[in-house]
Ligand binder design. Structure first.
Ligand SMILES: [Zn+2]
Length: 339
């Protein structure tokens, strides 16, 4: 493993106060100690379903390697069942995370933030609201700082514009309510942009457009709600909807309170039913590759100033390459200093 030596990191940290752009917005260096990794069922290993102890040793290893954060995937935890927190599972999760050296965030489960609809979908919004409340309870119990929520989708793609507008209004209202509760528990809700995958393409949505996610967050207008910029989803969406990727990222940067960082080739899956292995072979779809393995201009994305200083969560498959991913990401964050 070739992480920067501790002295180099310390000297980089010391430069934090001076590394700001002329208008005082922090540069990438401010994010250097906020790099995290996800631990979930998509990491290539069933870490969570089998054993929280195994998850804990992975988190300890990640902390020793230099990560500052971990994002737990709500789906893999098996703590929320039918929209309710399962008490003994939560107790086991809490025990396993006692004195965890990493700061934590939580990705909401698909139940509340899902493939089939969520707060946008009036036919199921109330059930899914309940699911998100349960996620919030889990986040509070483990001391998570952020709860990630996927921007909603309607039940089908033929819904008209009025339904979409009504759905977005419901979503805003319910996220505002949840945000009051989140705020009381010191948690920020981050609304994540979506990729052009079957879950989104087969339904009506707004989440593929960064400008619309930003508008939704702006209209929610709550201090505990920000945007989760998923750089890989945005790259695929920009290619699908033909917008300028970096210009769109720059435009929403002031609202970004959380970052999902990973790589892909910006190519839509022509055969979405192909399994993950086949899609990797083809270089298509939302691959969640380690940074540097695809073609996203990730260094440029990290060179954009993010005034809210989001955690940079590496949300990748091939979990065993986490040390390489950390080194690559650090290299991108510190590159402007070397230049
Ligand atoms: Zn993501």
């Amino acid at each position: 493993m070739t992480c920067p030596a501790p002295e180099r990191l310390r000297s980089l940290s010391k430069q934090l106060s001076t590394q700001t752009s002329p208008d005082g917005v922090p540069t990438g260096l401010a994010l250097l100690n906020k790099i995290g990794l996800t631990v979930n069922v998509w990491s290539g290993k069933q870490l969570l379903r089998s054993d929280f102890d195994e998850m804990r040793s992975f988190l300890d290893e990640a902390a020793a390697a230099g990560f500052g954060y971990a994002e737990l995937g709500g789906c893999g935890l098996g703590v929320v069942m039918a929209g309710q927190v399962q008490r003994s599972r939560l107790a086991a999760l809490r025990d396993s995370l006692a004195d965890c050296p990493l700061r934590l965030t939580l990705h909401s489960a698909w139940f509340s933030s899902g493939r089939t609809g969520n707060l946008l979908d009036a036919t199921s919004a109330s059930v899914q609201y309940q699911g998100l409340r349960a996620d919030l309870e889990v986040a509070a119990a483990i001391g998570a700082e952020v709860l990630v929520y996927h921007a909603g989708v309607l039940a089908n793609r033929y819904s008209d514009g009025a339904e979409l507008a009504a759905g977005m209004a419901t979503e805003r209202e319910q996220l505002r309510d949840l945000a009051d509760e989140a705020g009381a528990r010191g948690i920020m809700i981050a609304v994540e942009n979506r990729a052009p995958t079957p879950a989104v393409l087969t339904r009506r949505s707004y989440g593929m457009r960064l400008d619309l996610v930003a508008e939704q967050v702006r209209e929610i207008d709550h201090p505990q709600v920000s945007m989760c910029l998923d750089v890989g989803h945005a790259y695929l969406a920009a290619s699908y909807l033909q917008y300028d990727y970096l210009a769109a990222v720059k435009a929403v940067a002031p609202l970004v309170g959380h970052l999902h960082f990973h790589d892909n080739f910006g190519r839509m899956a022509k055969q979405p039913e192909a399994d993950a292995y086949e899609l990797e072979l083809l270089g298509e779809g939302d691959l969640h590759l380690p940074p540097g393995w695809g073609t996203i201009p990730l260094a440029e994305v990290l060179a954009v100033p993010y005034p809210r200083e989001p955690a940079v969560i590496i949300e990748m498959r091939h979990a065993r390459h986490y040390a390489e991913a950390l080194e690559t990401t650090r290299g991108m964050l510190t590159a402007p200093i070397r230049a």
